[in-house]
Each structure stands twice: as structure tokens, then as C-alpha cells.
Design a protein around this ligand. Structure first.
Ligand SMILES: NC(=O)c1ccc[n+]([C@@H]2O[C@H](COP(=O)([O-])OP(=O)(O)OC[C@H]3O[C@@H](n4cnc5c(N)ncnc54)[C@H](OP(=O)(O)O)[C@@H]3O)[C@@H](O)[C@H]2O)c1
Length: 273
């Protein structure tokens, strides 16, 4: 990796990097020269991405961590600092959605959304800023929100993303005097495993539209081939994770006096997530 790569010498953590948007962000930051720590619960997927980054001349490591547990989130930040002596970029991306009307929702699924999408992100913001301050980094905290935060009626999942927007704006204010910028990214519908907890019949419809004959099972990941075909054949409706990753790369490579504060990345037609 050339020392002229834009993120050469920088350390980045990406949560939820074992799939979808997080994986694309991790591979993009790694390709731009950052030493990337990928985090998620699926080690094999992160190993594959770490290998892709290393083959392109970059540095990467997978760290298995559950974002619902504050100690594991702090442990992830500690691991990156211990290995590289610094932290420059933290992308709080891990997130889940269990769509259901409030009157029929399962409180355990609400808890999972609140703990993953909010508690994990909050602890990440706190631990990330402390680590950036400790090493004197010009840093970036990137929070992955959603276009669901632009709609008032986006349910429990959407309420977690409204809260992410509020957390990003509040933290941005708290960091005005620090050389640390907060970037809030709101993706539209992107072809990933995000719909793994949706009604399988809904997802099956998309798989069929992509011309594939694969059975969709609730809670399970789909093979990468599905997303490649989906984003090719349904470009108007589903974005590519790389579209989001490029926006993140742009935001974190601006001079530190520039805050790319809020970004919406969506395909031309909008699905209500
Ligand atoms: N795709 C979309 O249309 C869309 C639109 C707007 C916003 N978003 C947001 O984008 C982010 C990424 O989602 P995606 O679309 O890339 O979905 P995805 O393919 O399902 O990826 C979600 C990632 O989050 C990780 N994760 C989930 N629960 C976790 C936990 N408890 N601890 C650690 N990691 C956990 C998953 O890791 P494991 O599988 O290894 O547990 C996976 O790497 C989420 O915050 C989502 O809300 C997505």
C-alpha cells in the first residue's frame, strides 16, 4: 500500500463489517490505506474481507464482538489502540431491523434493536472519542442512520434511527472544540442482508425479480450472488453498499475544518424502510 494512499497511517474501526454496508466501508477504507479493524459476530465473513484488504496491500483484522454488550464495544476500541497505538475513524454501522406494527411487536426484538442500534453506537461514540483524544488524532465518528429517520412513522426501527440522528447532532456540538468531526449517514434501500428478519415472502419477491431460485429463510443470510444480481437488475430500487462506502470515504478524507455533517445516499426510487 502506497504511503500516499489518503488514509495511510490511520486506524479505522467498522462495526457490522461482516456483511453489507459495513463490509463495503471496511474494504473501501482498507483500500484507501487505513489499518482496518472489522467487527461483527461472524468471524468467517470478516476473515474473507481482511484477506481481500491484505491482498490489495492493506492491513486488516477481524474482531468478534457483540455491540449489545458495552464491555465488548470498549474491548474492540482497546484492541485497535493496543495494536496500532491510535484511532482515527470509527464507523458505528452495526444495526438490525425487525419490522412489525407496534401493537404486534415483540419486546425482545425491540430490545435487540435498541441495544444494537443505539446502546452499542453510544458506547462506541464515547469509547471512540476518548481513544481519539488520547492519541491526539484528527478523527471522524461516522454513524450509520437511515432514511427511516426522515419519516415520522417508521416504527421502532425508525425511532432508533431518529435517535441516531439526535445523537450525531448532539455529539457534533460536544466536539466543536476538538479536531473530531461527526458524520451522520442516512442510506436508502441498499441490497444487503438487512432484510434477514423481514417476512421471507417479501424478500422472496425480490430474489425472484433478480431471476434467482433460492429459498429465503427468516433470520438467515443470503449468498453474495443474490445481492450482486439484485443490485444489477433492480438498480432503480436498491442501491449498492459501495455507493454508501464511497460517501463515507469522501467524508473522512476532507480537511478537519470541514464537517460533512449529514449524507443521504439512496437509489432513484425510494422504498420506505
Ligand atoms: N440495507 C439497507 O437498506 C439500509 C438502509 C438504511 C440503513 N441501513 C443501516 O445500515 C447498517 C448496516 O446494515 P446492512 O444493510 O449492511 O445490513 P446487514 O447486511 O444485515 O449487516 C448488518 C451488520 O450488523 C452486524 N450486527 C448485527 N447485530 C449485531 C450485534 N449484536 N453485534 C455485532 N454486530 C451486529 C451484522 O453482523 P453479524 O451478522 O455478524 O452479526 C452485520 O455485519 C445498519 O445500521 C442498518 O440499519 C441499512
Amino acid at each position: 500500500m502506497s504511503s500516499e494512499a489518503p488514509l495511510s497511517g490511520k486506524t479505522a474501526i467498522v462495526t457490522g463489517a461482516s456483511s453489507g454496508i459495513g463490509r463495503a466501508i471496511a474494504e473501501t477504507l482498507g483500500g484507501a490505506g487505513a489499518h482496518v479493524f472489522l467487527s461483527g459476530r461472524t468471524a468467517s465473513a470478516m476473515e474473507a474481507s481482511a484477506k481481500t484488504i491484505a491482498e490489495a496491500g492493506g492491513k486488516a483484522e477481524g474482531v468478534v464482538a457483540d455491540m449489545r454488550d458495552p464491555a465488548q464495544v470498549r474491548g474492540l476500541v482497546d484492541r485497535a489502540v493496543e495494536a496500532t497505538g491510535r484511532l482515527d475513524i470509527l464507523v458505528n454501522n452495526a444495526g438490525v431491523s425487525f419490522p412489525a406494527p407496534i401493537l404486534e411487536g415483540d419486546p425482545e426484538q425491540w430490545r435487540t434493536m435498541l441495544e444494537t442500534n443505539l446502546l452499542g453506537l453510544l458506547v462506541g461514540c464515547q469509547a471512540g472519542v476518548l481513544a481519539m483524544r488520547a492519541c491526539g488524532a484528527e478523527g471522524h465518528i461516522v454513524n450509520i442512520s437511515s432514511i427511516a429517520a426522515q419519516r415520522p412513522d417508521s416504527g421502532v426501527y425508525g425511532s432508533t434511527k431518529h435517535a441516531v440522528n439526535a445523537i450525531s447532532a448532539t455529539l457534533r456540538g460536544e466536539l466543536e472544540e476538538d479536531p473530531i468531526r461527526v458524520v451522520n449517514v442516512m442510506p436508502g434501500a441498499i441490497a444487503t442482508n438487512f432484510a434477514r428478519n423481514f417476512d421471507p415472502a417479501f424478500v422472496q419477491g425480490f430474489v425472484k425479480m433478480a431471476g434467482l431460485d433460492i429459498e429465503v429463510k427468516a433470520g438467515e443470510r443470503l449468498p453474495d450472488e443474490v445481492f450482486e444480481k439484485l443490485s444489477e437488475s433492480l438498480k432503480q430500487l436498491l442501491g449498492d453498499p459501495d455507493d454508501v462506502a464511497q460517501a463515507v470515504l469522501y467524508a473522512v478524507t476532507q480537511p478537519i475544518h470541514v464537517n460533512i455533517a449529514d449524507i443521504v445516499v439512496r437509489p432513484p426510487k425510494q422504498l420506505n424502510l
